[in-house]
Design a protein around this ligand. Structure first.
Ligand SMILES: [Zn+2]
Length: 187
């Protein structure tokens, strides 16, 4: 965990400011993991933190562009099959084999919406989700998500505020939207 913290700090991935999250709440910090994962060497080191959570997975699946890098690296290291949900992926005809055990990989989890999307995606195609491997878990309470094991390399709960309660709003700091890295806006 300390090594990951050092990587995040060195890459400038931990941002402090005044951010509007996709759920409309405000926050004073934000992890932009694209800053960490744009360098293959540091991306590989970050992915290494997630290997212990891979269990007996046969596949990895990622719900965001940045997490795709982690899913690729985990699959490469462990000899797994990474599912690539991107054009020209044939969504209609793809089915997992009955014995497929899928590890869902995500760089940052705030609300869990992206995990819901990914879990639904896998299950609709006959796959079994055996766990979540998350680089940074920002939920108030860590641990399993909807009854499925979740292992995070770093648990750093986020403080969020409604606009009337937000200290940065009161201080008049300019508000920026959290950088989005996925067009479906699932984070
Ligand atoms: Zn605010």
């Amino acid at each position: 965990m300390e090594h990951l913290k050092a990587l995040l700090a060195a890459s400038g991935a931990f941002l402090e400011g005044h951010y509007r999250l996709e759920n409309g709440l405000h926050a004073l910090s934000y992890y932009d993991c694209s800053r960490l994962l744009q360098y293959p060497q540091t991306a590989a080191q970050a992915a290494e933190e997630l290997l212990p959570g891979a269990g007996r997975a046969t596949h990895t699946f990622a719900p965001s562009i940045t997490s795709l890098i982690l899913a690729f690296e985990i699959a490469r290291r462990l000899g797994l099959h990474m599912i690539l949900d991107a054009p020209p992926f044939d969504e209609e005809s793809f089915r997992f084999e009955p014995e497929a055990r899928v590890l869902i990989v995500e760089d940052v989890v705030v609300t869990g919406r992206s995990l819901d999307y990914a879990t639904d995606w896998v299950r609709r195609r006959g796959g079994q989700v055996i766990g979540y491997a998350v680089l940074i878990d920002r939920r108030a309470e860590g641990g399993a998500y909807r009854g499925i094991p979740l292992r995070a390399a770093l648990w750093d709960p986020i403080s969020t505020f409604t606009p009337p309660q937000c200290p940065a709003c009161r201080a008049g700091l300019p508000l920026t939207g959290a950088p989005a890295n996925y067009p479906k806006g699932l984070r």
